[in-house]
Design a protein around this ligand. Structure first.
Ligand SMILES: [Zn+2]
Length: 339
């Protein structure tokens, strides 16, 4: 059996599956990140051990995704900005491998979701794909010839940190005007708060009972549908920025498929359609009628599926395994077999 863990700010998903990709157990536990990295990792190991005992199997390898900068090659979390303590240089795979007595592999959660979509979702039938996640941050993954591009640290594919506006708002990465600073979850809800408090969003005010802390991209979309024109304008603006960012990536990579993560679909049709329209407007150098733009087939479990793919792919590369002969670039990519 193989195991997967998707560490989130609030909840952590855990799963066990067979090599053939049949999920045999799944559990969600509260992350309780305020207790610190050691406590969180200990709880994850206990949960996976319990699940394996109940399923009557042995875990051969584990894939873990974390929200932020993670050194894929050394298995260490380097900076998780949305978790207390930020997990600076935490040896995630060493801790979990020791507790679970099996090899463990670490990846940024957006890259892990891209891998999941490639192995088990819409990506199964394509060679080249771009994946974009929209949450507190905007993450991504780029797949070329069925290889997920990782690069040093496994940090390639940071679609959210391309500059869209040269003198735009500051971004958490240190740059200004990044896609994430303009169209990430906090940018969008921040605009919702501004519109509500300035009296331009009566429906939104009603939906959240005047509580700014309850504003989400999803209820902003509801308010827009009910007639809040200014809120609709904010969503369309975010969609245009996202479309420009995706168009830039399409121009460089010319993928067959762009997959929008579950959170984009959850905001609703207005955002998805705006992104699709903006992409068509912006890519002019070549025809893109064959570039499909889809929302994730695996929805909010793409990263969990990706952790299984990571465990299976990496276990196959361990010394002593018949398929372990590696190309020199293999450390910078994760292969996916043709399907
Ligand atoms: Zn940035």
């Amino acid at each position: 059996m193989f195991a997967s863990v998707d560490v989130g700010g609030l909840n952590t998903g855990c799963a066990l599956a067979t090599r053939a990709g049949n999920m045999v157990a799944e559990r969600t536990i509260p992350t309780q990140a305020h207790e610190g990295a050691q406590a969180v990792l200990g709880r994850i190991a206990d949960t996976i051990n319990e699940m394996a005992t109940e399923a009557g199997g042995h875990v051969r390898a584990l894939g873990v995704g974390v929200p932020g900068l993670a050194d894929y090659h050394r298995g260490r979390a380097l900076f998780l900005p949305n978790l207390p303590g930020h997990w600076r240089d935490v040896p995630v795979t060493d801790v979990l491998a020791a507790r679970l007595r099996c090899p463990a592999f670490l990846l940024n959660d957006a890259r892990m979701a891209a891998l999941g979509e490639l192995w088990y979702g819409h990506g199964r039938t394509v060679k080249t794909m771009v994946f974009l996640t929209l949450g507190t941050g905007i993450g991504g993954g780029v797949v070329i010839d069925r290889k997920l591009r990782l690069g040093p640290l496994g940090a390639a594919g940071e679609i959210g940190h391309q500059t869209i506006l040269p003198d735009g708002p500051p971004c958490g990465c240190g740059n200004r005007g990044c896609l994430e600073a303009l169209a990430g979850g906090p940018a969008l809800t921040g605009e919702g708060v501004r519109l509500m408090t300035s009296g331009q969003a009566p429906h939104l005010r009603e939906l959240v009972a005047g509580d700014a802390g309850r504003i989400t991209p999803k209820n902003m979309a509801q308010a827009a549908a009910q007639g809040d024109a200014a809120v609709r304008g904010a969503i369309v603006r975010a969609g245009r920025y996202l479309g420009i960012g995706i168009a830039n990536v399409i121009t460089v990579v010319y993928p067959e498929l762009v997959v929008l993560g579950a959170e984009v679909a959850e905001v609703g049709e207005l955002l998805v359609e705006t992104i699709q329209r903006e992409v068509r407007e912006r890519v002019r150098m070549f025809p893109i009628d064959r570039v499909r733009i889809e929302t994730s087939m695996l929805k909010d479990r793409a990263a969990l599926w990706g952790g299984l793919a990571l465990a299976i792919a990496r276990a196959a590369k361990l010394p002593g395994h018949p398929e372990s002969g590696e190309h020199p670039d293999a450390a910078l990519t994760i292969d996916c077999p043709d399907r």
